[in-house]
Design a protein around this ligand. Sequence first.
Ligand code: SF4
Ligand code: SF4
Length: 383
Amino acid sequence: MASIRRQAPSNATSAIKPGSRSPLHATKRNETHAPRPTTISNFAVTYRCNGRCKTCNIWKMENPEHGEMGIDDIQSLFESNRDILGDVGSIQLTGGEPYMRGDLPEIVSTIHHHLPRCTFWIPTNGMLPETVEMTAEILETLDGRSLGVSVSIDGGEKTHDDLRGIEGSHRNAVETLEGLSHLRGEHQNLALSVGMTVAQENCGEMLEVAQLAKRFGADFTFRPVNHSEIYYRNPVEGPNPAFVADRILPAIREIGRDLQRRKGLRASTPTLRYMQGALDYIRDPRDRSLPCSAASDSFFLDPYGNVYPCIFLDMPLGNALEKPLHEMWRSREAAAARRIIGGGGCPNCWVECETFREIRRDVRGLISAALRALLHPSTAGIS
Ligand code: SF4
Ligand code: SF4
C-alpha cells in the first residue's frame, strides 16, 4: 500500500510526492469550496488534570483554568456557529481530565441541544469517584444518542501507577470501569472501552490490559505514545526502540484473533487495520499509509476557544470566541494547513480520534486488511 512519508512542516512544499495533490491547487480549491466539518476530533474542555503522567505534560501547565471557556461561552460558540457545525456527527470531549469539569453534563447537554444528532466520546483516566455518576447524568440528557467512555489503563497495577505518577490510580480506574460496566446494563447507548498508551515501560503488559477490558465487557484499544507541542506538550524523543513493536506483535495478533472470533471479520476489520497502522507507526513514525482530512473534515478546539487542524499541527486558525468559524474555515490559514497536510508535511500521528475516520473511508485498505486476516488466520493478518 502506498504510504505518505511525513516531513517537517517547513519542508512541506518540497515534500510533495509525484501524484499527490498540488499545493497550489489545494489552496485554491479549499479556499473557495471548503467543506463543512463533520467531526470535532477533539474538544479539550479543560487542561486541568489529576494525573501526573510520564508520557504527557498537560498536568504541568500553570493555571490551566485561567481563560477556560465557561458554559456560557460554549453555549454561545455552538449557537453562533450552528450553520457551519450542522454536519458535525461526532465529538470527542477530552482534557486534561474532562470529568474535572463539574459542569461536563451541562456542556454535553448544551452541545446536544444545538447538534441533536451528534454522538460523543469521552476519554478519562477514571481517577475521580464521581465519573460514573456524572456519566449517568450525561446519558439522561442525550435522548438515546450514543455516548462512549474510554477508561485509560496503561498496564498492570504497579506499571500503571508508575506511569500515571499516582499511587492507587489503577485501583480507581478499575473501580470506575466496573461502575460504568454496571451503568451500561441500564443504558444501551453507552459504549465502553479501555484505552492503553503503549510505551517502552508497559509494552509487555498489553494482553493483561486487554483481558481486564474483556472481563468488564469493554472493547480494548491502544495507541503508541504520540508527540505534540500544542497538546501533550511532550518533547519528541528518539524513535521507539525496535523491541516495542516486537514485544507487542504477539499480543496484537492474539487480540485480533479474539476480536474476530467474537465480532466477526466484517466488524473487526477496521480495528485490525488500525492495529497494523499503530504497529507500523511504532516502527517508523514518519510513514503513514492513509491520507488525512484534518482541517477539512475535522478540527481541534482547545479549552480557550482556539481552533487548530488537529491536536498535533501547530497552525492556529483563530479563536472561536472572537471570529466566526466559517471565516476561519475559508481563511488562508486553513488553506495553508490543508496544503501542508495534503502534501505530507504535518507531524504525523496514529491516534484513534484522528485515524478511524480515515480508516473507514479507505475501502482498499479495509479489503486488504480483511483479506490478510482471512489468508493468515493464525496472525489475524497482522505483520
Ligand atoms: S495523559 Fe491524560 S491523565 Fe495523563 S497527564 Fe495527560 S491528560 Fe492527564
Ligand atoms: S491528525 Fe494532524 S498530525 Fe495526524 S495525520 Fe492528520 S494532520 Fe497529520
